[in-house]
Design a protein around this ligand. Structure first.
Ligand code: NAD
Length: 514
């Protein structure tokens, strides 16, 4: 592996950088505290930057109360006016793009270009939501009764709790918040306990946007905390929608609790994404798409490519090219311009990767490259690792499990039907792709009996979705949809109106009564 940056920065300098960036965003840097419930670390060195206070049960209660009280006024504010708040937020995110990207790199370890991309995603969704604020279209239908009008209207839903994961510390919040706010909802955000600083910065910018546009400050509440804080939001009957992004384990806990109180859930859970590579594929393009999807973000995207399903006639050739590309991947300081792979989030992630590699090899898999820890001498607490490729004899249990680290399992197929069966034979259903130059194969992959995922791509990798389409997945991924298209509907409630403007009272279905 290439070492792009022989010297990693030290934790003190990263702490100072974080404080400066927070300051510029108008947030109070939580410097000075030497105790607190949330320990804010940077994966760049693994060192501790700050302690932050965790919201106690009373603070969570107060946040929901404030969001609930604000909702009663916000829901009748005309949607295009609500859009002004989101427009201003988008302007501020644009102004502080670099600062926010630095915070994403500091906390999540994303390389600079991906951190900037994540902030751009926030700006893009604000643009989309502002347009949406004039397009929350209902529908009219012909009534079967004379002198009657039948129509569907969309009304604001209520308080939305956004529970987010560490690996997209700000984009997922923005997907939910920008759309929820124009839909007339108010938001309580519980970010990942691993990435609280980016949340503090975004909350400050949204508060400023509210002040600048005359919107009530109560439309957005931030509660920092761990799983227990999330659970309190999940169980609060005043929370109309719980939008939860994270592991399948988390979704399994959240979904029944919200269902038990007849609340609404939007689940964006883990993926186990596969790409089929057919003999006709353009291999130059495929190698680039595969390496970005599998090793980019150090394998810590929900859409990371984890399973390569390649035709046996081209498997050796393709795998050889991928392994060579992996050997040239610069792993190291995510702030360094040459770096393409930053650190894993923490030691737990590294342990999970090591265990998965052991398991895969015990199942007969051959480790072709990667897995070894890097830069340990410089930062013993950080976890840099060489992305791994493992050739598997079969799709064993470990291959069917999402390990949130850069492991690419390679499987081979003979017939197209076999490729589709292998592809779909996992519990998760988030993202998928096929590399082929055969239009019939491409269309079959996208057809009803092709990929069973929420996202199906042709000749691009599994990661890197645009905000215009609805984002989300099926099966254990949870079935939720966020972002563009008509995903806004989950943030609203539907009312069907029937208006009789005649002097008669005909009943539906020709029923006679009185
Ligand atoms: P995680 O499940 O550990 O935590 C996610 C969030 O849920 C955190 O804020 C956490 O505090 C909270 N949480 C955990 N248990 C909870 C509970 N019982 N009740 C309420 N809240 C709870 O996930 P993570 O490690 O932060 O993120 C990685 C996972 O997220 C991966 O599985 C990844 O695929 C998934 N993810 C999915 C998407 C998507 O859109 N499908 C996007 C990003 C990440």
């Amino acid at each position: 592996m290439t070492d792009p940056h022989p010297t990693l920065p030290d934790t003190d300098s990263l702490r100072v950088l974080a404080a400066q960036r927070l300051n510029r965003c108008g947030a109070q840097p939580p410097i000075g505290g030497d105790s607190g419930d949330l320990v804010c670390r940077t994966p760049i060195t693994g060192g501790r930057m700050f302690f932050l206070p965790c919201a106690g049960a009373e603070q969570v209660e107060a946040a929901v109360s404030a969001a609930h009280a604000t909702f009663t006024g916000w829901r009748t504010t005309p949607a295009p006016q609500r859009g002004r708040l989101v427009k201003r937020l988008g302007e501020l995110l644009t102004e502080y793009r670099e600062d926010l990207a630095d915070l994403v790199t500091l906390e999540a370890g994303k390389i600079r270009s991906e951190a900037l991309g994540e902030v751009q995603e926030m700006i893009d969704i604000c643009d989309l939501a502002v347009g949406l604020s004039r397009q929350l279209y209902g529908r009219t239908m012909p009534s079967e009764r004379p002198g009657h009008r039948l129509a569907e209207y969309w009304h604001p839903l209520g308080v939305v709790a956004v529970v987010s994961a560490f690996n997209f510390p700000v984009a997922v919040w923005a997907w939910n918040t920008a759309v929820a706010l124009v839909c007339g909802d108010t938001v309580v955000w519980k970010p990942s306990e691993l990435t609280p600083l980016t949340a503090v910065a975004c909350d400050a910018l949204l508060a400023r946007a509210a002040a600048d546009t005359g919107a009530p400050s109560g439309v957005h509440q931030l509660v920092l905390g761990d799983r227990a804080t999330g659970e309190q939001l999940v169980d609060d009957a005043r929370v109309a929608l719980v939008s939860a992004t994270g592991s399948v384990r988390m979704g399994r806990e959240v979904a029944p609790r919200v269902a038990a109180r007849f609340g609404r859930c939007l689940l964006e859970l883990g993926g186990n994404n596969g790409a089929v590579v057919a003999p006709s594929a353009d291999l130059d393009l495929a190698v680039r798409g595969i390496v970005f999807s599998a090793a980019g973000t150090a394998g810590q995207r929900c859409t990371t490519l984890r399973r390569l399903i390649v035709h046996e006639d081209i498997a050796d050739r393709l795998v050889d090219r991928i392994v060579r590309a992996y050997h040239r991947l610069p792993v190291g300081d995510p702030f360094a311009a040459a770096t393409l792979v930053g650190p894993l989030i923490n030691a737990r992630a590294h342990e999970a990767m090591a265990k998965a590699l052991d398991r895969a090899q015990a199942d007969g898999g051959k480790l072709l490259t990667g897995g070894e820890p890097l830069l340990r001498d410089q930062a013993p607490q950080a976890r840099y690792v060489a992305p791994a490729v493992v050739r598997m004899p079969a799709q064993t249990a470990i291959v069917r499990t999402e390990t949130f680290a850069p492991i690419l399992y390679v499987l081979t197929y003979r017939t197209f039907e076999e490729a589709i069966a292998l592809h779909n034979d996992v519990p998760q259903g988030l993202s998928s792709s096929i590399f082929t130059s055969d239009q019939r194969e491409a269309e079959r992959f996208l057809a009803a009996d092709g990929s069973d995922c929420g996202i199906a791509n042709v000749n691009i990798g599994t990661s890197g979705a645009e905000i215009g389409g609805a984002f989300g997945g099926e099966k254990a991924t949870g079935g939720g949809r966020e972002s563009g298209s008509d995903a806004w509907r989950v943030y609203m409630r539907r009312a069907t109106h029937t208006v009789n403007y005649s002097a008669e009272l005909p009943l539906a279905q020709g029923v006679d009564f009185l």
